[in-house]
Design a protein around this ligand. Structure first.
Ligand SMILES: C=CC1=C(C)c2cc3[nH]c(cc4nc(cc5[nH]c(cc1n2)c(C)c5CCC(=O)O)C(CCC(=O)O)=C4C)c(C)c3C=C
Ligand SMILES: [Fe+2]
Ligand SMILES: [Fe+2]
Length: 353
């Protein structure tokens, strides 16, 4: 492998200064534009990832290029257009950016950046820039509370691919899954309670809806489902919801193979048929509003619920830039960045500072 010369770390740092620390938020990514070309490029990169689709390449790639991309790019672009903000673009990008800005305000002694596994800003471009700035300590923060190889490992793969090419690899820490971290759980409870206060009606039932993964991946050892169950149990306890007033479900199924069950749409329709009229859908697995929460739950699933006899469905707000979530992220970062984030030496950290 060819290694290009790297700028000396002393570019910004004198020899006497301790190493700079960078916090790197890792999010999934989103199309650059809500049109056929933009969504095609995004889906091609996303769905070519072996972490996401494990099928043998000889079987999957012809299917992807001939059957899936040409049709899904157009259909998904139409959905993206519905959620696109004329000023700020993709909600996922907007809130990830806000999270990084807010964390930078709280952690002036480190450089805070975000990067996307698919699309831009890519992990490669952001990490290359950080290394050029002289960063020697890197704390990666996957923005997925529950670990799945399809998301968390795909994000760290992107990071490792960049590091593989470097001569001076920074010291690296990766924040472990925080599905049961009290600060994350309390922030999620605060967001849910805030939504409930804003509602002019009382939900009869709460559906905790998480993005699904194929059942096969779970059977092969992906711990995602267990972590989802644990998060939900903790949230339900904190919200003091009786057992008959909540359901755990999985959304966003892709392809024909069975995914984790029950499916959110089946649950919502069954609730409506049972006479439940008003439902709140909590979305604890998504750290930012995105296509899957705004359009899939807020429009597609709502329509199914209403057709089955339901009256009101509220798609819950995600953690986004809620102050308690930013504080939770800060706490998790300080715990995992222990020794790297001293307060005293603004802009730099090190063992002596
Ligand atoms: C939060 C956890 C997520 C898991 C787990 C996950 C697994 C997973 N996703 C797909 C396929 C698609 N997902 C898409 C969008 C999307 N997925 C997540 C999160 C998880 N995915 C988010 C936050 C988003 C929204 C991105 C945005 O721009 O707002 C899409 C693209 C949209 C579409 O065409 O439907 C696909 C495709 C698979 C196959 C998978 C696990 C195997
Ligand atoms: Fe997804
Ligand atoms: Fe979807």
């Amino acid at each position: 492998m060819r290694r290009r010369p790297e700028p000396a770390a002393s570019l910004h740092l004198s020899a006497s200064r301790p190493a700079a620390t960078a916090i790197l938020l890792l999010q999934l990514g989103t199309p650059a534009r809500p049109d056929y070309g933009g969504v095609f490029a995004y889906l091609r990169q996303f769905l070519s990832d072996r972490r996401v689709v494990e099928a043998p390449r000889w079987l999957w790639l012809p299917l992807l290029y001939l059957r899936i991309l040409p049709f899904r790019a157009g259909a998904s672009a139409a959905k993206y257009r519905r959620i696109w903000n004329p000023q700020s673009g993709s909600p996922l990008l907007y809130y990830t950016q806000r999270q990084a800005e807010e964390l930078q305000r709280r952690l002036p002694q480190a450089v805070v950046r975000f990067a996307m596994t698919y699309g831009r800003p890519s992990v490669a471009e952001v990490v290359t820039e950080l290394i050029a700035q002289g960063v020697e300590r890197l704390l990666a923060v996957p923005l997925y509370p529950q670990y799945s190889a399809t998301t968390t490992a795909a994000a760290t793969d992107a990071l490792f691919r960049v590091l593989l090419r470097l001569r001076r690899v920074p010291a690296l820490r990766i924040v472990p899954p925080y599905y049961d971290h009290p600060a994350y759980l309390e922030a999620m409870v605060a967001v849910i309670r805030q939504d409930w206060q804003r509602l002019e009606w009382e939900p009869e039932h709460v559906v905790f809806s998480y993005h699904g993964i194929p059942q096969k991946y779970a059977q092969r050892g992906d711990p995602y489902a267990q972590q989802v169950v644990r998060t939900t149990r903790e949230l339900v306890r904190r919200l003091q919801l009786p057992r008959d007033r909540w359901t755990l479900a999985f959304q966003s199924r892709f392809g024909r193979s069975p995914w984790l069950k029950p499916y959110t749409d089946d649950v919502l329709q069954a609730l409506a048929r049972r006479g439940i009229r008003r439902v709140y859908v909590a979305l604890p697995g998504f750290t930012a509003d995105c296509l899957e929460t705004i359009d899939e739950i807020g429009r597609e699933s709502r329509e199914l619920f209403e057709h089955a006899g339901g009256e009101l469905l509220y798609n819950g707000t995600c953690l986004n830039d809620h102050p308690q979530w930013i504080a939770a992220l800060e706490q998790i970062i300080r715990e995992e960045g222990c020794g790297w984030l001293a307060e005293t030496d603004q802009g730099r950290t090190g063992p002596s500072s």
